[in-house]
Design a binder for this molecule. Structure first.
Ligand SMILES: [Zn+2]
Length: 64
């Protein structure tokens, strides 16, 4: 098992109570995004999420 580090991340969550759609703020480029699942408005929220590295998997192999 890999223990990914998590941090409080700003997200947008769907205001529709019957929908659990959400997306990371990092991937939202609109002032007011709408839910991709039900087209309802979304509101800013926070969620504990694994930290996403911006770089591709680095090859840090310690070979001696
Ligand atoms: Zn929704």
């Amino acid at each position: 098992m890999v223990d990914l580090p998590e941090e409080m991340t700003t997200i947008w969550s769907c205001t529709n109570e019957e929908c659990n759609g959400w997306m990371r703020d990092n991937f939202v480029f609109l002032v007011q995004p709408v839910c991709g699942q039900c087209n309802a408005l979304m509101e800013k929220s926070e969620k504990m999420l694994p930290i996403i590295a911006n770089t591709s998997p680095n090859q840090t192999k310690t070979t001696r």
